[in-house]
Design a protein around this ligand. Structure first.
Ligand code: NAP
Length: 243
């Protein structure tokens, strides 16, 4: 049975990924940072449905916590076939108001976190000559967003990491791809007004906003053998907003 470790699986897109991977027959390591209750409730739900699941806690911006997380998953499930780097934060702020702390917090979570988690799982993947990494980027990492410079820069970094690492690890039988969501209605969107959300919907060619499940289905596809010849790619799941 395959094992997937999904970071930030307590809520939103990560939780949808956990449910989708469970449907596909994986063992699931549900990572959370602060939302212990939600992670445990999700774990109980998946377990009741016959899935092998566990929860694991870490701040992804701390490399020692990430290393401990990956070894805890390894102890319970053995080899990690797929890593989904989903944990992330967003921030809407004028560039000129962005403090050193704002910048470090953003890079620490959204970019360093991807580096730490990936570096912790890759040695075993190289030994096994197989493995899949799926990074959750953002369309703003592709084209940039006003008042989201730090977020856009971190996600552009995730895209660069994805492409470079795919080249480095291809010969080791490991695929590395990114899913780049458009606007998806999760807690991350809670600071947007109804008018802003309506305007974003209007701007989307498919005239609808994304759901966490839309993203999760793309992640599970990229993790599957159906995507065996796909690596180094950034799959936009954005209703046509960025083409
Ligand atoms: P969300 O509902 O706000 O969930 C964020 C998740 O990240 C939570 O599980 C949270 O864990 C975890 N997290 C935050 N800081 C962390 C840290 N320091 N260490 C470990 N985990 C941490 O967000 P979402 O909308 O599902 O977003 C998931 C991913 O999709 C993010 O990378 C985001 O940038 C990307 N994305 C989202 C959208 C969108 O419109 N929603 C669009 C493009 C890209 P706890 O709750 O346990 O603390």
């Amino acid at each position: 049975m395959r094992t997937v470790l999904i970071t930030g699986a307590s809520r939103g897109i990560g939780a949808a990924c956990a449910r989708e991977f469970a449907e596909a027959g994986y063992q699931i390591a549900i990572h959370y940072h602060r939302s212990r209750e939600q992670a445990e409730a999700l774990c109980a739900e998946l377990t009741e449905n016959g899935c092998e699941a566990m929860t694991v806690q870490a701040d992804v911006s701390d490399s020692a916590q990430v290393a401990a997380m990956v070894s805890a998953v390894g102890e319970r499930f053995g080899f990690i076939d797929t890593l989904v780097n989903n944990a992330g934060i967003a921030m809407q702020k004028l560039f000129t108001d962005t403090t050193d702390d704002d910048w470090r917090r953003m890079m620490g979570t959204d970019l360093d976190g991807v580096f730490y988690c990936t570096r912790a799982v890759v040695p075993a993947m190289i030994r096994e000559h197989r493995g899949v990494i799926v990074n959750i980027a953002s369309m703003w990492g592709e084209v940039g967003a006003s008042c989201e410079v730090a977020y856009s820069a971190a996600k552009a970094g995730v895209i660069g990491l994805t492409k470079a690492l795919a080249k480095e690890l291809g010969l080791s039988g490991i695929r590395v791809n990114a899913v780049s969501p458009g606007v998806v209605m999760t807690d991350m969107m809670k600071d947007f007004s109804d008018e802003d959300v309506a305007a974003l919907k209007e701007e989307t060619p498919l005239n609808t906003l994304g759901t966490p499940e839309d993203i999760a289905k793309a992640v599970v596809f990229l993790s599957s053998d159906n995507a065996r010849y796909i690596t180094g790619q950034v799959l936009g799941v954005n209703g046509g907003m960025i083409i």
